[in-house]
Design a protein around this ligand. Structure first.
Ligand code: CA
Length: 223
């Protein structure tokens, strides 16, 4: 899962990026509205954290422009504490949720998880597929209750496929959601990660759809 953080306060920006990275996301950052708008317009993000008070272009304008151009990624707004009017304007401009400053980083993380979950049509913070379970709260995956030791790339790959269960996900799409904008992207490495994941899981839950990509098919856990 790939997140964009748009916040001009450098300390806060770094705090958010660090916390999100620790939580297993790949993160791009912007420090003004124009740069943020450009990234959100050109890169595919699974969610965006967007400050309202930004230089160059304010957060509400950024959001309105995205929505007008049919950019539908979930957006979590950062608002000033007492500005109820900002919250209303934000929701009306197309925000999915907001957090008022000052906030606890855990609240931002929880709200983002919920947004990503909802965008994927999932109700629970735990996603399962037969013996495989992914806990989005702890960023841990287990098979038959045994924790998998995954690298951050492997975890992101598994998480992305599980958030898009039953869909064929192309290698290009995976690359776009697994790496940040500065990474030297190589879609061949995806194949390597899939191979390692299969080995670590000890089962073949990830299907290769030739010429198309990969898919995890849902399995009725009661079956
Ligand atoms: Ca600001």
């Amino acid at each position: 899962m790939r997140i964009l953080v748009v916040e001009d306060d450098r300390d806060l920006n770094r705090q958010l990026v660090d916390a999100l990275t620790d939580a297993g996301y790949v993160v791009d950052k912007a420090f003004d509205g124009e740069e943020g708008h450009f990234l959100g317009d050109t890169e595919p993000y699974d969610a965006v954290v967007l400050d309202i008070g930004l230089p160059q272009m304010d957060g509400l304008t950024v959001l309105e422009k995205w929505r007008r151009d049919n950019r539908i990624m979930p957006v979590l707004l950062l608002t000033a504490r007492d500005r109820w009017s900002d919250k209303v304007a934000g929701i009306d401009a197309g925000a999915d949720d907001y957090v008022a400053k000052p906030f606890h980083i855990e609240e931002v993380l929880a709200r983002l998880r919920a947004l990503i979950r909802r965008a994927a049509g999932l109700a629970s913070s735990e996603i399962s597929c037969g013996p495989l379970r992914l806990d989005t709260k702890t960023s841990k995956a287990t098979v038959n209750g045994t924790a998998l030791k995954l690298t951050s790339h492997e975890f992101r790959l598994l998480s992305y496929l599980m958030h898009h269960m039953d869909q064929v996900v192309s290698r290009t799409e995976l690359v776009e959601h697994l790496y940040d904008q500065d990474f030297d992207r190589d879609s061949n490495t995806i194949e390597v990660f899939v191979g390692r994941l299969r080995k670590k899981m000890g089962m073949d839950l990830i299907e290769t759809i030739r010429g198309m990509g990969y898919r995890i098919k849902s399995i009725d856990s009661k079956a």
